[in-house]
Design a binder for this molecule. Structure first.
Ligand SMILES: Cc1cc2nc3c(=O)[nH]c(=O)nc-3n(C[C@H](O)[C@H](O)[C@H](O)COP(=O)(O)OP(=O)(O)OC[C@H]3O[C@@H](n4cnc5c(N)ncnc54)[C@H](O)[C@@H]3O)c2cc1C
Length: 455
């Protein structure tokens, strides 16, 4: 065998498996194959001046490379079983939380020290939310911020680079079962290993499906979350964000009984494009450094769509809606809330006259031409509900960017060790469909590393 362990994907899942393997058994011969660039070469060409929107790079620097999809994220590590994945269903709630805390300790040791840990425990907002039928979920949130998150990744890479062999810009094409292990095939070469950890995240979702098909690993169709990113003056949510940083609030609509939730809150942050398989959607982030902060706060409002038989392609449904917005707007569409409820499109002049200055250069348009009525109705109802705990949310100038889609990978069949039906072949992180967050993906990496070293 060329290696004891091959890890496919250098996102948080892959990084933390490598880190833990080295900690526990430094003599292991480990290789990491990553489709994207090393951290230092990851650069999105959008500069807002020469390149204003996504040009569809071969390897998207936002989603791929050392650090994975999380590299330029807001670095919010949510330590909770209430959201961010269902890892606890496989490894138990106690162990999941323990591992998430362990990951937090490592992040603190590698540059995150001094960053703030927020908590909903004992918050007065829980009561205030409930009084308006809004439900605040429990969590501790470590906010590294985009800048410190990058520093932590730099430090982790500096620690790992001489102990693990990294192959960047090397997408794995296939994984084959061989006698005593696995063959990992890239465009130019094949490598063998005794154990293989697949951690390819969302950007590797289509590839993951093909691996599961080839190796007859069972998968089940998941869900897709569709919605918008809301941007408003930071003051509107400051009472919540100052205390909690991120508040995950869930609301059940009166009209359809659908659940709408806030997601990925970025106080004083910026709205950004996200490219998933060539489709431009919207996301957000914020910096810890006050000099890089904006005057706006952004967060997503998402409605989860679960499909029943015979329809299986939930991600395809989300992609089609995102494609529609790309077709109408050439990318992401932005609309003032006031324009949306008056049934008119936003125009460049209406956006210019708005009191809220957009942080993303998106095309003014009409989201009602893109989002299904049921989803849009839910989002509007949620905005009015939020207006009761954060007055100003339903102001005319509140900006809505669309569409935000949260794609979920197919959930793969793995056991409590996150091992497939093939001994020594593990599937972890967002690529497994089990995790959807930095902390859960990282914890899943630690979990399999400990299994490999026999702990
Ligand atoms: C803009 C943005 C902001 C976010 N903010 C947050 C946040 O604040 N908090 C939070 O909890 N979550 C956040 N997320 C989600 C979070 O980044 C992911 O949940 C997390 O990165 C998942 O880790 P992972 O290791 O499973 O996968 P990923 O981070 O997606 O890493 C997978 C890696 O595998 C590589 N890969 C894919 N296919 C192959 C292949 N065939 N061969 C080799 N390599 C391959 C990819 O290039 C990628 O680098 C954010 C995501 C985005 C895009």
């Amino acid at each position: 065998m060329n290696y004891d362990v091959i890890i496919i994907g250098a996102g948080p899942g892959g990084i933390f498996s490598a880190y833990e393997l080295i900690q526990k058994k430094p003599e292991l011969n480990i290789a990491v194959f990553e489709a994207g660039h090393p951290l230092s070469k990851r650069r999105c060409p959008i500069d807002g001046v020469k390149v204003k929107s996504c040009i569809g790079c071969k390897s998207c620097s936002i989603m791929s490379g050392f650090g994975g999809a999380g590299a330029f994220s807001d670095g919010k590590y949510n330590i909770t079983n209430d959201f961010g994945g269902t890892l606890y269903e496989y490894i138990g709630k106690k162990r999941a939380l323990e591992l998430m805390r362990y990951v937090d300790d490592i992040n603190m040791a590698y540059g995150g020290q001094g960053t703030k840990l927020y908590s909903t425990a004992g918050s007065k907002f829980k009561k205030e939310c409930i009084q308006h039928d809004l439900h605040l979920l429990d969590a501790s949130v470590r906010h590294l911020g985009t800048d410190i998150n990058y520093v932590v990744l730099e430090n982790l890479y500096a620690y790992l680079k001489d102990k693990v062999q990294f192959f960047f810009d090397t997408p794995v094409e296939t994984v084959e079962v061989i006698d005593g292990g696995y063959a990992v095939i890239t465009k130019d070469e094949g490598f063998t290993c005794e154990k293989c950890i697949i951690s390819v995240g969302r950007s590797g979702s289509k590839w993951m499906e093909s691996v599961c098909r080839d190796l007859s690993i069972l998968t089940k169709s998941n869900r897709v979350d569709i919605g918008v990113r809301v941007e408003l003056p930071a003051e509107v949510f400051s009472h919540l964000t100052d205390e909690l940083y991120e508040s995950k609030i869930v609301y059940r609509t009166q009209k359809y009984g659908d659940r709408v939730r806030t997601f990925c809150m970025n106080p004083k942050g910026a709205v950004v494009n996200e490219n998933t398989n060539g489709i431009i959607t919207v996301n957000g982030h914020s910096y810890e450094d006050p000099a890089r902060q904006t005057e706006n706060t952004n967060f997503a409002l998402l409605v989860a769509k679960h499909f029943s038989e015979p329809f299986k392609d939930s991600n395809g449904y989300g992609e089609s809606i995102a494609r529609l917005s790309n077709m109408l707007g050439g990318g992401v569409i932005v609309q003032r809330f006031g324009d949306l409820i008056r049934g008119r499109r936003s125009t460049p002049s209406r956006i210019e006259e708005s009191f809220v200055t957009p942080t993303l250069n998106a095309t003014p348009g009409d989201l009602s031409l893109v989002l299904p009525k049921r989803i849009l109705d839910g989002i509007i109802e949620m905005i009015y509900a939020l207006d009761k705990v954060a007055p100003g949310t339903a102001n005319d100038d509140t900006l809505l960017y669309g569409v935000e889609v949260k794609f979920y990978n197919m959930e793969v069949a793995v056991n409590s060790q996150l091992q497939t039906r093939y001994p020594g072949l593990y599937i972890i992180g967002d690529g497994s469909g089990i995790t959807h967050s930095l902390s859960h993906a990282s914890a899943s990496g630690v979990h399999v590393a400990r299994d490999i070293v026999g702990e």
